[in-house]
Every structure is written in structure tokens, then in C-alpha cells.
Design a protein around this ligand. Structure first.
Ligand code: ZN
Length: 460
């Protein structure tokens, strides 16, 4: 996904950790971690005017609408906006234009807080912002400053979350090597450097009964997290700065850097292997999610009902379906759906026609009502004429209201759909996660069929 970083001159003068450079640095790091492609960085120096017609905000929205990027990353809105409303307004404005917004400090992502009708739920964010606003700035600044100072002296700020391979020394407040776990960390790095895959590493660790941190089984993302963690070369990452040689390293810097390059190239090349449909796909029989597994003998991927995986045959059948086949089918269904989306152009005119018809019926009823009031129609005659007209108006108004809801949804989706290059769609990997999430409500796997529920049905 292409993203734009938006940095803004802080209205809070004391806040030294919030310089434009720092905001950009944090956003860049976040984008890198999340494997998002930064295509633009916009800096808003703030001219004192605060409306959304400011050129900086205008171009932020316009370039997004043009498709230059699909997402805007902000370091955090609570510290760059003077009050809750201002920050929220910007987020809503971007969202209304079909642009996803991620605010790192508040861990807020519009794509995770959008209801199926396209309406943005800001309640979580509002609450956070109000709390941030209420909190005495001086106190929070002080806490932050103390923690930064501690980090600068190589001290570890979070004794409750010590990276695997280290332990926390209460006296020095620093990290110390935990030799057994550190040995496992070394194995992980060494194996990856030698070209083993993450699942190879897990298989090896399990074979030799080397236990993971705080759980029973190793997970792929735990391994990846370890491979990405700078703590192992002796660095501390804190509040936007890197403190080097803070503690004894477990991994040599050159090896660590080499592995980062390997991870980056793998992340780009292996997009098809992970489940593109994660979170969207469910087993209709038992309502459990479907999960992607590699079939060891053939190395091929299949989706299984996770209810079956967890609870066995008596709970649900496996619903095993080859990943390629399923993804191909889903892709074709989406493609067909997108094509049918063309019809929505007609929808707008149909809607206007409907409104016109209601207006006509209304004026018709007025004509008769006037005549009746003037005594030109009898009670019975008036009732006889007006009853079917009133009934028709009622019925059409209901249809119009339903139509209206659909048109509102459509306007929201139009932005998404307009960014998909229909002619170049050849498989599921052409569609970004954002597109999938905006279009699809749920995919259901039945005994011998696949059903897609779209967020907006086109069979109007
Ligand atoms: Zn099931």
C-alpha cells in the first residue's frame, strides 16, 4: 500500500520530541515495520489559519483522491492539535474522501474502525484524545523526559517487557544477557542467515525443545519480531531515537544488518504465500474462521475450518480447499462484482427519477385536495381518488429511502473502486488489502460452494 506521511508543526511549544523531523522519522520507521511504501511526505508548517482550505491540507486530500496514495500516516494527533475537535476533523475529512488514516501514537487506524456501512467510528479515538487533553501536559512531559533521559543512559524503561534473550537487572536498571535464551536467539539469527525459512527455524526449535517466550508454541511472527529487534545488537529504541551500545549485544551488527536486507527482500517477494483473505473467510457450518495451512507432503497450501483444526471431526468437517483454487474463485467473483458496479451510474438517475415521480404524485394529490377544500369534490369522491395516490406515495417513499442508504454507501465505495485498475486485474494479488476489506463483508465456505457477501450488494 502506498502511503503519505503528514507532519505538522506542533502547537505545543515545549514539546521538543515533536519536531517535524522527529514526526517524519517515527512515521518512516512505522511504515518500514508495516511494509508500507512511503511515496510522499507532506509538511504543514501551519499558517495560523486552521481551516481545511489551507493549501497543505488541500493537497493532502487531493493527491489521495487522485490515487497517489491510499493512506496517510500521522505520528499522533493529540500532540499536534490544540484540541480534540481539530484533530478529529482532519481524520474524518480524509476518511470521507476514501483515504485511510493511521495515527501511530493513538494506535488508531480508520480501516479498523469503520462499520460495514462505511461510517467511521471515532469513539475510541475521541476518548483517547479527551484523556490526553485532560492529562496535565506538564506531568506527562515530565514522565516522558525522565524516560528519555533513562534510555539515553542505556537504561531499560519497561521492566515488564524484556526482550527474549535478556533479563532486567534491578540495580543497574539495564538489560543483561539471559544465557540460555540468548543461545536460542543466536540459533534463530544463524539459521536465517544460512537461508532457512521461518518455518524451518520453528521446526528445528521444536525438535530440540527450545521454548519460546511466554507461550508454548513458537509462532512465525515471534521469530520475525526477534529477527527485526534492534535490542539484540545492543541498541535501545526510544521515543524516536536510537541509543547505541546500551547493553551487551547478542548479535553482531553486520549479521543483523544483512538479515534486515534479507527480510526486506523476502517481504516483497512472498506476498502471495500469506493468506490474502485472512479475517474475511469463515466456515458457514460452524462459523469458525478458515485458516491457511501448508500440506507438508506436497508443500501446497490449503484452507481448513479452524473449528475442525481445534476441535476435530466431531465438531465440524475439515472443509479443506486448495488455496490457489479458492483464491482464484474468489478473485473471479470479485471481478464480476466490480463489473456489475458499473450499474451504479444508472442508480443515481434511477434515484432522481423516483424522486421526480414522488413529487408528481404529491402535486397531483394537492390539486385534488384543493378542489376538495373548495367544495368541488364530494367526501366520497375525494377519498376514492386520494386513497390510491397516497398509497403509491407511501410505497415509493419507502423505496426511495432504501435507495438513499445504498447511494450513500455507494459514494463511499466509489472511491475505492475507482482506484482499482480493472483492466489490469489478473489475480488476487492485484487487489490491495484495503480494497478487499472495503468491498467484502464476509466470504462463507459451505459444503461445496463459496459465497461472498459484499458490503454493498449490486443486485439493486
Ligand atoms: Zn466449520
Amino acid at each position: 500500500m502506498r502511503v503519505c506521511i503528514y507532519a505538522r508543526k506542533s502547537t505545543n511549544k515545549i514539546n521538543q520530541s515533536n519536531t517535524i523531523e522527529n514526526q517524519i522519522k517515527i512515521c518512516q520507521r512505522y511504515a518500514k515495520q508495516m511494509e508500507l511504501e512511503v511515496v510522499d511526505t507532506k509538511i504543514d508548517v501551519g499558517t495560523g489559519r486552521n481551516d481545511f482550505n489551507r493549501p497543505e491540507v488541500k493537497s493532502l486530500i487531493q493527491d489521495g483522491v487522485k490515487g497517489k496514495y491510499q493512506c496517510v500516516i500521522i505520528k499522533g494527533i493529540s500532540r499536534i492539535y490544540r484540541n480534540v475537535e481539530e484533530g478529529l476533523k482532519l481524520i474524518k475529512k480524509l476518511h470521507m474522501n476514501g483515504i485511510r488514516v493511521i495515527s501511530i501514537e493513538e494506535s488508531f487506524d480508520t480501516s479498523q474502525n469503520t462499520a460495514s456501512n462505511g461510517i467511521l467510528d471515532t469513539s475510541k479515538l475521541t476518548m483517547y484524545l479527551i484523556m490526553a487533553e485532560m492529562e496535565s501536559n506538564k506531568i506527562s512531559e515530565r514522565v516522558k523526559w525522565t524516560q528519555v533521559e533513562k534510555a539515553k543512559r542505556g537504561m531499560w524503561n519497561n521492566p515488564n517487557r524484556v526482550p527474549y534473550g535478556y533479563k532486567y537487572n534491578n540495580k543497574t536498571k539495564k538489560l543483561e544477557i539471559d544465557s540460555n535464551a540468548a543461545r536460542t536467539v543466536e540459533i534463530i539469527f544463524k539459521m536465517y542467515e544460512e537461508g532457512n525459512s521461518v518455518s524451518d527455524i520453528i521446526a528445528y526449535l521444536e525438535k530440540f525443545n527450545l521454548k519460546p517466550p511466554r507461550s508454548k508454541k513458537w509462532r512465525e511472527d515471534t521469530i520475525r519480531y526477534i529477527l527485526r529487534n534492534q535490542t539484540y545488537v545492543g541498541n535501545i529504541l526510544y521515543s524516536g531515537s536510537i541509543i547505541e551500545n546500551a547493553h551487551e549485544p547478542i548479535i553482531d551488527k553486520d549479521i543483523f544488518n544483512k538479515i534486515q536486507v534479507l527480510l526486506d527482500s523476502k517481504a516483497r517477494g512472498s506476498k502471495n504465500k500469506r493468506s490474502r483473505l485472512m479475517g474475511l473467510i469463515k466456515c458457514e457450518s460452524c462459523n469458525s474462521s478458515m485458516t491457511l495451512r501448508k500440506y507438508h507432503y506436497t508443500g501446497e497450501y490449503y484452507y481448513y475450518c479452524s473449528g475442525y483444526i481445534k476441535n476435530g471431526k466431531s465438531f465440524c468437517s475439515s472443509h479443506k480447499i486448495k488455496a490457489d483454487v479458492l483464491e482464484r474463485k474468489v478473485f473471479l467473483m470479485i471481478k464480476k462484482y466490480l463489473k456489475s458496479f458499473d450499474k451504479f451510474g444508472e442508480m443515481q438517475s434511477e434515484f432522481s427519477a423516483l424522486k421526480k415521480k414522488i413529487d408528481q404524485l404529491n402535486s397531483k394529490s394537492f390539486v385534488f385536495t384543493d378542489k376538495y377544500i373548495e367544495g368541488k369534490l364530494s367526501d366520497d369522491r375525494y377519498r376514492e381518488i386520494i386513497k390510491p395516490v397516497a398509497y403509491q406515495i407511501d410505497e415509493l417513499t419507502k423505496v426511495r429511502d432504501e435507495f438513499e442508504t445504498k447511494i450513500i454507501k455507494y459514494r463511499y465505495l466509489k472511491n475505492v473502486v475507482s482506484r482499482i485498475n480493472y483492466d489490469k486485474l489478473t489475480n488476487l494479488s492485484n487487489l490491495e488489502d484495503d480494497h478487499l476489506n472495503s468491498l467484502i463483508d464476509i466470504i462463507l465456505i459451505t459444503n461445496n460452494d463459496i459465497k461472498i457477501k459484499f458490503k454493498l450488494e449490486t443486485n439493486v
